[in-house]
Design a binder for this molecule. Sequence first.
Ligand SMILES: Cc1cc2nc3c(=O)[nH]c(=O)nc-3n(C[C@H](O)[C@H](O)[C@H](O)COP(=O)(O)O)c2cc1C
Length: 466
Amino acid sequence: MRDFRSYMALLEERGDVVHVTKEVDPKFELAALMCKIENAGKAYAFENVKGAQFPLVGGHFTSLERYKDLHDIPKDQPFSRLEHAKILERAVAEPLEPKIMNTGAVKDVIKVGDAINLSELPIPTFFEDDSGAFITGAVGISRNPATGELNVGTYRSLKLDDQTLTVNASTMSDLRSIYNHHRDSGEEMHLALAIGVDPALLMAAVGKPPATVSEFGVAGGLREEPLALVKAEHSDLLVPADAEIIIEGVIDFSQEIEHTLGEFAGQYGPETNPLFRVTAITHRKDPNFYCILAGANPEHNTVGSVAIYSAEKSIMEDLVKQFPIIKALHVVIDAKVAGPMLQLFIQIDKKSDDEPMELIKAAFESTAGYLPVSLIFKRIVVVDGDIDIYNYNDVEWAIWSRVADASKIHLIPEAVSWELERSAASKEGHKSFRIGIDATMDLEDVDKLKRPIIPGFDDVRVEDFV
Ligand SMILES: Cc1cc2nc3c(=O)[nH]c(=O)nc-3n(C[C@H](O)[C@H](O)[C@H](O)COP(=O)(O)O)c2cc1C
């Protein structure tokens, strides 16, 4: 698997990087250009961001095609999300523990005390109502007091001043539990942000491996080579030795900052987080500031989609024990269609007409290890074996053509929803509806509802007849 710099070099070789040498304003102008370039299918390098010392790069991992390049999969070889999921599953099953080095390129330059100046970094302000400038392409490293192990996730951080940030932990993140522990116990909490890391680590950080497996190990499994780590300057945290930039610091719970940022689902997401007081910045001699364009844009949504593979696996494992009739299960995340809400499409081979509704109810109640399905899944659709659950239109077709009876619709009028379902924000207890649809054919109707097929279709070749 390619590392950060070799992947940048590949994009460069292909002519896939737009270099912007003119000065660009980090407030809005930069985001507008990133958005236009990224949505035109190119990566970018902004070499002259007003007030900053280093270039901003990004727009790298914008599609499954780009992930294919990352894994060096030949152009003509098919690579679907399922193949990608298999790569990730293998890395979780066969993690490679990191090796600890004495030093690394990320220690080329070490800045502490007055030398710390976050304004050196080209941090963009993306959207009109954003609270300020956000670092979006960093992975955050902290120690989980519950396990004693290092925890890695991808979090966005708002710049408050030249030496202070606030790192955003969602309610579902391990980081949120780690914050809560330290706030309650009063124990000191260290955190490090690593910017421009090996893409394997970015992928592992977004995913949610089981508690017994570390994200650093998963990254090693993905690269088929251990990740190299070095000790942080001011704590016992370990950070990637070849990252572009590391920002280290301590969490200060004396203040909680409310802030907002345009989210992956095309809405604003208000958050409240403690202060992150920076105690050191270390970086390469010529660091690149990797940045993921915020909002419902290709790189954010492609990198984020990696997280669904682990959710899919845990939900499947949970449900298939009770319902061996399940043939396949698809967690659908598509911000352009369903905003912040997920859907679950389940393909079954039913033996009775009661099974689909029992499955829908059990699926909404599943916690899949860490995540209550009803918290973020708004719709569950159960279909027959002849429906392609990876094809949105096919599932819609089943709903519209195979459901006549209202009892095949299960409505949960009030389910506690996650913070990004903004339409629930003003409802008591942040509640919203959930819907389950049994779109399978009633067994007595199979002959009426089955799809017309042409017998022998696959064996007939046009070239044999013309
Ligand atoms: C581009 C991007 C930005 C993200 N930003 C955040 C964030 O600000 N806060 C958060 O808690 N999760 C965020 N996530 C999701 C987390 O990375 C993911 O849930 C991860 O598993 C959290 O790690 P943890 O549970 O080990 O703390 C983001 C994901 C992506 C792809």
